[in-house]
Design a protein around this ligand. Structure first.
Ligand SMILES: *Cc1c(COP(=O)(O)O)cnc(C)c1O
Length: 484
């Protein structure tokens, strides 16, 4: 029920007791009152409070339950991040204030850059990009500008078939032609195909390692040598660095450009359309192409350097999403070097633990140890008329957010795959209970498949037509009435 449905003419949540106050209130409003709004809901304060309090409880988030969404790293975001990012010494600053007044903010950004450089093995960073895909676009524009200056024949970018969908989109937006590299039977880059494709028209290869099936590509040094020897660069999609941070550095593996999703790896909130941040790191020879301004240190002061003639230009307003950067800064400082390494180890152990418990019921796509996530198949259940979608829906009845389903599209021999990322935040008890639920669902699929076909039953909204909303957009009350 919407607030409009609860509206009763004349009911009011708030009123002014004195006439002059009412006049004053009205004098404040005219600028903001929208013309043409015929009616607003008229409800009491209690109706209003109940409406929004109840709405807030039907949401599902990592603070309410386990959220094993593969590739998206829905790990817990410590509350101290929020506490410190809300400090008025940060929130009361404005980016248009003089740099001398914003020294603290700039120092925080400078030190965050230093930490990210140390974590990734890169030489310089921009903190501007606002999400992973935006970071990819930034990195690709940097490579594009570099190649324009050094080897303009290189107009193509190689991307493995297992890559996240944003990779080809970003490369293509930056002006490159995308060429797909197939995977081999172990789930890594097919070296023979790479050898064949890597010629003097290729500007770069974009890699995710561990890749989107959760596997570490053992050939990474050979890939790096081959691509560099033939004049190409290596781009690292580090959206999910939580398998490697503190243990292995992309810079040491030979990568020239890296983006990191702070909203995945470094415990800043994501989803819901809120702001994200995906800093991009580069090796020294590319630093002059980074977006301006760059936070630098000069004579004991922090400054914004915009004097970079080869820069690709701005990628966002001001310094980037400062409030988000502050949360990641707090997280990195709290964890320290050893803490980050311990988190990566826990992420990898948790994924392998889930894989091992579930393997008899949902066979892994690859029979190899995984990194921070595991891809399991539900193909065998088609003989009971049950699809992976039905299993995922049934999981909601057990109180879990379903994992990522039908992605990645690989490998072809294991269709109906779900990608589970338990993350480092979860306890063994949580993982046991989750696996128990999936094992019970496996039995239900065989004994009472109808239970799955009509699931979920215990949720506020039950089975929905997944594409109806996208095809029949309702953007206003009027549209809603139109549909009837
Ligand atoms: C999430 C993700 C991205 C895209 O990040 P957004 O912030 O959603 O734009 C890119 N690559 C990989 C591997 C990812 O998991």
């Amino acid at each position: 029920m919407t607030l409009y449905d609860k509206s009763v003419a004349g009911r009011c949540a708030f009123s002014f007791s004195f006439e002059e106050d009412e006049a004053r209130a009205e004098s404040c409003i005219p600028d903001y009152a929208r013309a043409g709004v015929k009616s607003l809901p008229e409800v009491s304060e209690l109706d209003l409070v109940r409406h929004f309090t109840n709405l807030a409880t039907v949401n599902y988030g990592v603070d309410t339950g386990f959220y094993p969404l593969g590739s998206c790293t829905m790990k817990y975001n410590p509350k101290i991040n929020e506490r410190l990012a809300a400090d008025p010494r940060l929130t009361m600053r404005h980016p248009l204030d003089d740099v001398s007044e914003n020294q603290g903010v700039l120092q925080m950004e400078y030190e965050l850059k230093e930490s990210l450089e140390e974590i990734t093995g890169m030489d310089d960073f921009t903190l501007q990009p606002a999400c992973g895909a935006h970071g990819e676009l930034t990195g690709m524009l940097i490579i594009h500008a570099y190649m324009r200056d050094h080897d303009p024949r290189r107009t193509r970018v190689l991307i493995p078939d297992s890559a996240h969908g944003t990779n080809p989109a970003s490369a293509s937006m930056a002006g490159f032609q995308v060429v797909t590299v197939p995977s081999d039977e172990r789930g890594g880059v097919d070296m023979e195909a790479l050898d064949h494709l890597m010629d003097d028209t290729v500007a770069a290869i974009m890699l995710t390692n561990p890749n989107t099936v959760g596997l570490f590509d053992e050939n990474i040094t050979r890939i790096s040598e081959l691509v560099h020897a033939r004049g190409g660069l290596l781009y690292y999609d580090g959206a999910n660095l939580n398998a490697l941070m503190g243990l292995i550095r992309p810079g040491d593996l030979g990568f020239d450009v890296v983006h990191l999703n702070l909203h995945k790896t470094f415990s800043t909130p994501h989803g819901g359309g809120g702001p994200g941040a995906a800093p991009v790191g580069v090796k020294q020879f590319l630093a002059e192409y980074l977006p301006v301004p760059i936070v630098v240190q000069r004579d004991g002061q922090y400054a914004l350097d915009s004097d970079r003639p080869r820069s690709i230009g701005r990628m966002s307003a001001f310094y980037g999403n400062t409030g988000v950067l502050a949360r990641a800064f707090v997280y990195i400082r709290m964890m320290g070097r050893d803490g980050l390494a311990a988190a990566s180890r826990a992420a990898v152990i948790n994924a392998n633990y889930v894989k091992k418990l579930l393997a008899p019921y949902y066979p892994p796509a690859y029979d190899r140890p995984v990194m921070h996530e595991t891809v399991l198949s539900a193909k065998g259940y088609d003989k009971y008329g049950v699809s992976l979608l039905d299993i995922a829906k049934r999981l909601m009845d057990y109180g879990y957010h379903p994992p990522t389903i039908y992605f990645p599209h690989f490998p072809p021999h294991a269709e109906e795959v779900m990608m589970i990322e338990p993350t480092e935040s979860e306890s063994r008890e949580t993982l046991d209970a989750f696996c128990d639920a999936l094992i019970r669902i496996s039995k239900e699929a065989q004994e009472q498949p109808d239970l799955l076909l009509s699931a979920p039953h215990n949720t506020v909204v039950t089975r929905v037509n997944e594409t109806y909303a996208a095809r029949h957009l309702v953007t206003s009350q009027r549209d809603k009435k139109g549909i009837g």
